[in-house]
Design a protein around this ligand. Structure first.
Ligand SMILES: Cc1cc2nc3c(=O)[nH]c(=O)nc-3n(C[C@H](O)[C@H](O)[C@H](O)COP(=O)(O)OP(=O)(O)OC[C@H]3O[C@@H](n4cnc5c(N)ncnc54)[C@H](O)[C@@H]3O)c2cc1C
Length: 394
């Protein structure tokens, strides 16, 4: 039997980073992935992800985000790969909406730079954006893009360089806790592997891997589009604009990235159907394009040109849309992390460091108290899953 200090299950955004940081600490790491990351079957494809500092979801993300920025910089320097591009980015919405007020709260709490713009100022600075008169914009100068495929490649390269044994196209079929004096065993097509600790970073497949916990999580189908602007194409280049997000109705948002060469990436955020990750509908319906075009026509009419491409991806959502980073309640040598409710990529650099801290020291210097598992095991949380997906978790 092959033994290791740590086994990492899932080598996408968070698992590649975990393998990298654990191996750099000198641990003997084996990592498995059911595919060959970066790939298009999980949650980490599509060319770009938004990174932002004035965090709308809650101020407690800010210190974690700031450490992630440092680690993205470090990863770029170490690998020579371009994984991040800072352009600044604007969030637009009703000034009383959660998106805008959340950003302002984070900026005030941590004294972060933020330009608050009225609709006229928004259009003067970004002539292609057409906000309603009741909307305002919050421009975060540290926002920009992370390139997910490059980021995953960079973390995997670093992990291998530091000695990790990474095995692709090799799904973990089952796992058993507490064998041979407390070790954990996992089984794959090539045999049984044993380690002192196990890190589950399996993204959309995590609920199934720990199905006995009946974690109240659901996999949300998301469709991404790339559009060619029908006018003012230059204005959509990264040197002229950053990313922009719109809370166009309370609780309903869309976001766009500049044109990094494939067209302008734009998508609705949430509002997707729930699915099992292995039964995800990867066909994009005309009605989905039409629904997005309605919002584009309203707010960014110059972008309402030819649709160049589309893709389907998955969010792994918790009821409060915050992360899960915690030990398995029954097994303190098993770490569960990665269901990031559609906003986790920007954190993946720091997720690896957190995994390494938790595995080696049992704690992190960052405040992770909002990401504990106990909140997901209450009756209220467990019944908050949409009914149609409960059998998947049962
Ligand atoms: C359309 C879309 C847009 C997004 N936009 C943003 C954004 O702008 N900013 C942001 O910060 N975040 C964003 N996110 C969220 C972010 O991309 C995800 O939180 C992040 O990619 C999740 O990473 P992960 O490591 O959990 O999952 P993944 O990267 O999917 O990795 C999970 C891995 O586990 C492997 N695996 C599963 N089961 C097994 C098994 N049994 N054995 C071995 N391997 C297994 C899979 O093959 C996969 O490679 C977006 C997500 C989507 C879908």
């Amino acid at each position: 039997m092959t033994t290791a200090d740590v086994i990492v299950v899932g080598l996408g955004a968070h698992g590649s980073s975990a393998a990298c940081h654990l191996a750099r600490r000198g641990l003997n790491v084996i990592g498995f992935d059911r595919h060959r990351p970066p790939h298009t079957f999980g949650s980490s494809h599509g060319g770009s992800r938004i990174i932002r500092q004035a965090y709308s979801e809650a101020p407690f993300y800010v210190p974690i985000m700031q450490r992630s920025y440092e680690l993205w910089d470090d990863l770029q320097k170490r690998t020579g790969r371009k994984v991040m591009n800072i352009t600044g980015g604007i969030s637009i919405g009703d000034k009383r909406g959660k998106g805008i007020t959340g950003i302002q709260e984070s900026a005030e709490t941590y004294d972060l730079p933020l330009d608050v713009l009225d609709p006229e100022q928004i259009t003067r600075r970004f002539p292609m954006l057409h906000p309603h008169e009741y909307m305002i914009g919050a421009f975060d100068p540290r926002a920009g893009a992370i390139f997910p495929e490059e980021a995953v490649r960079a973390h995997l390269d670093e992990a291998i360089k530091a000695g990790a044994d990474l095995r692709f196209d090799e799904p973990v079929i089952r796992w058993r806790p507490d064998r041979n004096g407390g070790n954990v065993q996992v089984e794959t097509k090539s045999g049984t592997f044993e380690a002192k600790q196990l890190v589950f970073t399996a993204g959309a497949w995590l609920p199934e891997l720990v199905s006995k916990l009946k974690l109240p999580m659901w996999i949300e189908r998301q469709v991404l589009f790339w559009f060619e602007p029908k006018a003012n194409a230059e204005a959509f280049l990264p040197q002229n604009m950053g990313n922009h997000s719109w809370e166009y109705e309370p609780g309903h948002s869309m976001y766009a990235q500049p044109n990094y060469g494939e067209g302008v990436k734009i998508a609705l955020h949430h509002d997707g159907a729930s699915s099992h990750p292995d039964r995800l509908n990867r066909l994009v319906a005309d009605s989905e394009e039409k629904a997005l075009r309605e919002q584009i026509e309203r707010y960014i009419p110059d972008l309402n040109g030819k649709m160049l491409n589309s893709a389907v991806c998955m969010y792994t959502d918790t009821p409060d849309l915050h992360f899960l980073i915690d030990f398995h309640p029954g097994h303190k040598n098993i770490l569960l992390m990665s269901p990031c409710s559609g906003h986790g990529f920007k954190f993946s650099a720091v997720m690896g460091e957190i995994a390494a801290d938790l595995v080696t020291e049992g704690k992190s210097n960052l405040d992770l108290s909002q990401f504990g598992i106990d909140r997901l095991l209450t009756e209220e949380s467990q019944t908050s899953c949409p009914p149609e997906i409960r059998p998947y978790n049962a």
